[in-house]
Design a binder for this molecule. Structure first.
Ligand code: ASP
Length: 435
């Protein structure tokens, strides 16, 4: 019998997880059972992915940069990557603003519902606000200062410091290009092999993905907050999801237009990474799988993917920026604040920057949203309005963050003439889905 493709297996795992949890909550002891006996497997699965994120960035970027062989092709690819990332982010924010202005979801929230939501979630939102306050207190050059670690081992000890690890890896890669070839050969070979080992680890972890997402979804269902207030937020969530769906259309058109690859090819190739992004809400945890899919199933040469994707996972968050724009305008509408055209343009700029600054972990986009609200003079208490639905929307925007990185990597590969045919190495992959 033909083996079911991985993305179907993952999807079935997710659905079964939801159904299982919905069944279990009928029993008094059900939620506790899931927390004690099912959730840990989800945590183990995410941890095993996060475990290899930093070694993967180190190995992939050092290999990627040093494969470029000269500094001019590095700066050319770097420039292309960053500028395409910024363009897609600005498109995302603009789509978000258009949708939320047309649908006006905040208009339907009345005074009572607003008070109810703020009372229900005010405390949780306060924590986010304090996190954001710490970031706002920093000086104007803090972000630049934070880029350079004072100790690579302490930087590599936390997944939150990915940008610092990227800095080190690119710096190391550049130095490797600059030394005589015979001296660098062994080091390069080491990182090539190291990279292969990490990618194989991803393959092995992915074998357990359907079970991992089963556990993650089951835990999510039993931990979900009350659903009563969700109706009031339905239109807001609809705007975010509609905007995100339009982004998928945009990526598909971009990939088709610039590389000639069909939507089916693109979506089939990236699907397992999307499903994983959905279940983990973390582009950082998904990165190893994004790398594997893009390289082996979308035909992007490793030289490009190992450079473009780690950077994308950290700075390119189209879904997050779109969400931030919609959320800011929604809160303004709910409080009856009219935003001028100038303020809306400012939201494009601040949401772009805020998404670049968001860490690739669950909930980070909401912390950075505070900056956008602050800029536009929208009350921060509004965070409490959207708190209840933030997790499901986080799951959806992370899918777009990952899809955006994958499409840009195809564009950059095409422009550098490094887009070939897919070459799955993994014995478990289904070869049919890559044609
Ligand atoms: N969870 C998102 C990510 O990891 C970031 C966010 O929007 O909260 O890509």
């Amino acid at each position: 019998m033909k083996k079911l493709e991985l993305h179907w297996q993952i999807l079935i795992g997710m659905l079964l997880g939801i159904l299982f949890a919905l069944g279990m909550v009928q029993f008094n002891w059900g939620p506790q059972f899931i927390s004690d006996w099912i959730k840990p497997f989800g945590t183990i699965f995410i941890n095993s992915l996060k475990l290899i994120a930093i070694p993967l960035i180190l190995a992939a970027l050092i290999k990627g940069v040093s494969d470029l062989r000269d500094i001019s092709s590095l700066s050319k690819m770097g420039l292309r990557t960053i500028s395409t990332y910024i363009i897609t982010t600005v498109v995302a924010v603009s789509i978000g603003l258009t949708v939320v202005s047309l649908v006006k979801p905040g208009g339907s929230i009345n005074e009572d519902t607003r008070t109810e939501l703020i009372e229900a979630y005010g405390g949780d939102a306060e924590m986010k606000r304090q996190d954001a306050k710490k970031q706002q207190d920093a000086g104007p050059l803090q972000a630049l200062e934070d880029l350079v670690p004072s100790n690579i081992f302490s930087a590599a000890s936390s997944n939150r410091n990915m940008l610092q690890v990227i800095f080190f890896a690119v710096f190391f890669g550049i130095a490797l290009i600059l030394i005589p070839e015979e001296k660098g050969a062994t080091v390069k070979k080491f990182f090539d092999g190291f990279n292969e080992v990490i990618l194989k680890m991803v393959d092995l972890i992915m074998l357990s993905a359907p079970y991992g997402v089963f556990a993650l979804m089951a835990a999510l269902v039993v931990e979900a907050p009350s659903t009563d207030l969700f109706a009031a937020l339905g239109m807001y969530a609809f705007c975010v999801i509609l905007g995100l769906a339009l982004m998928v259309v945009f990526y598909i058109a971009l990939v088709k237009g610039f590389t000639g690859k069909s939507p089916k090819f693109f979506m089939n190739g990236i699907a397992p990474a999307q499903l994983l992004a959905f279940s983990t809400s973390s582009s950082a945890a998904t990165l190893p799988v994004t790398m594997e899919r893009v390289t082996e199933h979308l035909g992007v040469e490793e030289e490009v993917s190992s450079f473009v994707l780690p950077i994308g996972a950290t700075i390119n968050m189209d879904g997050t920026s779109l969400y931030q724009a919609v959320a800011a305008v929604f809160i303004a509408q709910a409080f009856g604040i009219d935003l001028s055209f100038g303020t809306q343009l400012g939201i494009i700029a601040t949401a772009t920057l805020a998404s670049i600054g968001s860490a690739a972990v669950p909930g980070a986009g909401m912390v950075m949203l505070v900056g956008v609200l602050g800029y536009a003079g929208i009350p921060e208490a509004g965070l409490a309005l959207i708190f209840a639905v933030d997790r499901p929307l986080d799951m959806c925007r992370t899918v777009i963050n990952v899809t955006g990185d994958a499409s840009v990597s195809m564009l950059v590969a095409k422009s550098a003439d490094k887009l070939g045919d897919p070459s799955p190495k993994n014995w478990d992959d289904n070869y049919d889905d890559v044609k």
